[in-house]
Write a protein that binds this ligand. Structure first.
Ligand code: BTN
Length: 268
């Protein structure tokens, strides 16, 4: 067996909280990992744990999800071999809108570091490899007035997903193993994600660097796009993004529209 296959097999067998937290170079993110071989959605369990007072940085990790959730109330396919995790944070409200930047940048950095593949971000926070979606990110929070009780970052990465078994997503989605032609260590990916997420999260108070890097990594900017946001559909050029993460769309009548949430399709 070639070394990399042996290494993946060995590390995959040890996808346990202890293996993840062992000498993990973080102060709080991932210092507590709660692992479920199978659950409905890590978002639901993380929400429950957060309400019960779980400390900041607690991670809920699933072997597989039976009711994974995506943005816009969509389902998220989450079979074995992928990464599905949620991180509980307790940020100040000023940083809530930056969490999607933290999560998508951490994912891009770790895909490059662990697999060597180049990846890009499609606004607001889809991560693409070779123009296909490899990761989805969902953030949810409980805010009262200006006080954040908790925020949860959910990250789903198609790591060792056999696309031939899921023809319903194969036109638009890919996985790291599909792109590489070999399996990738989920343990290495998870440990990297926790370290990177914490580094970027702690960088938020220092200024605009996270926003600037996220903006520079967006494949969407300067492109002709169609954006579906609620009931509305907008067309135009994705001109820029604001520091709160919203998209600034230049429409054909010259107007600039600020879109807070939506789904982007690149047009020819
Ligand atoms: C999207 O692109 O629509 C977002 C998908 C987010 C999926 C992740 S997997 C871990 C966490 N648990 C969920 O149920 N959803 C998120």
């Amino acid at each position: 067996m070639p070394w990399h296959q042996f290494h993946v097999k060995m590390t995959e067998n040890s996808l346990s909280p202890a293996a993840i937290t062992d000498n993990l170079e973080t102060r709080f993110i991932g210092q507590r990992v709660i692992y479920y071989p199978r659950l409905t959605s890590t978002m639901d369990v993380a929400k429950r744990k957060a309400k019960q007072g779980a400390i900041e940085g607690t991670v809920v990790l699933a072997g597989e999800q039976t009711a994974g959730r995506g943005r816009m109330k969509r389902a998220w396919l989450s079979p074995k071999g992928n990464i599905a995790l949620s991180i509980i944070l307790r940020p100040s409200s000023a940083y809530l809108s930056s969490l999607i930047m933290v999560a998508s940048l951490a994912t891009v950095h770790c895909i490059e570091k662990v697999s060597g593949l180049k990846s890009q971000i499609k606004w607001p926070n889809d991560v693409l490899v070779n123009e296909k979606k490899v990761c989805g990110i969902l953030t949810e929070s409980d805010v009262r007035g200006n006080i954040v009780d908790y925020a949860i970052i959910g990250i789903g990465i198609n790591v060792n997903l056999r696309l031939s078994e899921f023809p319903e997503i194969s036109p638009t989605a890919t996985s790291l193993s599909h792109e590489l032609g070999r399996d990738v260590s989920r343990l290495d990916m998870i440990r990297c994600l926790l370290v990177e997420a914490e580094r970027l999260y702690l960088a938020l108070p220092a200024g605009e660097s996270v926003y600037q890097e996220w903006r520079d990594r967006l494949v969407t900017l300067g492109k002709k796009v169609q954006v579906r946001s609620g009931e509305a559909t907008y067309r135009g050029i994705a001109e820029s993004v604001a520091s709160d993460g919203s998209l600034l769309l230049r429409q054909s009548d010259g107007s600039l529209t600020k879109i807070v949430a939506g789904d982007v399709t690149l047009r020819q």
